[in-house]
Design a protein around this ligand. Sequence first.
Ligand code: XUL
Ligand code: CO
Length: 437
Amino acid sequence: MEFFKEISKIKYEGPNSTNPLAFRHYNPDELVMGKPMKEHLRFSMSYWHTLTGMGADPFGEGTAVRPWDSVEDKIEKAKIRVKVAFEFMEKLGIEYFCFHDRDVAPEGKDLAETNKILDEVVDEIEKEMKRTGIKLLWGTTNAFSNARFVHGAATSCNADVFAYAAAQIKKAIEITKRLNGEGYVFWGGREGYETLLNTNLGFELDNLARLLQLAVNYAEEIGFTGQFYIEPKPKEPTKHQYDFDTATVLGFLRKYNLHDKFKMNIEANHATLAGHTFQHELAMCRENGVLGSVDANQGDLLLGWDTDQFPTNIYDATLAMYEILLAGGFTTGGLNFDSKVRRASFEPVDLFYAYIAGMDTFAKGLKVAAKLIEDRVFENIKEERYASYKEGIGAKIVAGEVTLADLEKHALTYGIREQKSGRQEMLENILNRYIFG
Ligand code: XUL
Ligand code: CO
């Protein structure tokens, strides 16, 4: 059965095409820096927003028109959605997907039944993966939507909830392994707090580390070799999320000696909610050797929450790809669109327009970023900017060959000899030239 009958496979038609159902920049096999675009970008479909996001908001119910959802039985519906998902990915030429346990299958009356239903739906996913060759970028668990997670999961004050979350994670790692997932994400959905008047912050962080350590142990025990990622986010749903940003997560991981086991899954809109740019978070990961995977979306700077919009901002996409290329590109990770269509874009075809926009934006960003790196546009300028550390006192500082007294002597003798302009506006204009010609 075909679900998107009016839509055939989306093709690359080149930058001059005016066909809204074609790629203008994403040309999967075109070589960029000697590697096909699709291998640089490793696009992935988010199962949750694409298949189960209905457009509900705090003021009204979902608006999405999804004809395949008309079947009553929840398990049957879940199985049909699997077919829809794979037809969608095939038509867009997306070779990876990501999911939470609860996106793909409904919960049963208890954990045992829930796990049984999940296995049944995973059977269908496995068949479709074999048929199409589409792969699992990462799996994860949803330990935040159900009311049992009211006080958090690993950081809940209730030990039964800690155990329940652990059981869910155990199962989610098992299915990720079964589907050959290349990674597994921990996003701390409700791992945070509203008020310190009732919260033992130190104890909750210890518990978060305990659960992550148990997950590491279990992965080793069953031979799951996929990469573990933590996805930082500063707020929402809780006021203070523990995994605030990359720097905070690095501090946490190092304190609990977990830093060798985790990389980051950076989400664009989470970075901006933390008061950073997307590029900042990626650069911080690159400098610390923890750039793992990316949830590509964009926020609305006029709004203070996670809007999960499809990325169309060419500056952000270019600078993100610039960081990713500088870091050596993705290995296990990829570009997952943790993005949803707006509530008023309720027709199935809107899902295609949205992914085409996101994929084309990042493809164009990749091409521009590659050119910037090949021409060493910023590298040469940065090298020149720090030249004073290459010789004289600067070289001695870097080599650790000076004392404060030596530096005092230097300052007394020379003062500040020369300052140079940072040339920010010139650089921004050069960036524009690379993007727009
Ligand atoms: C929530 C979010 C999640 C994670 C996976 O803001 O980004 O969907 O990506 O749990
Ligand atoms: Co995300």
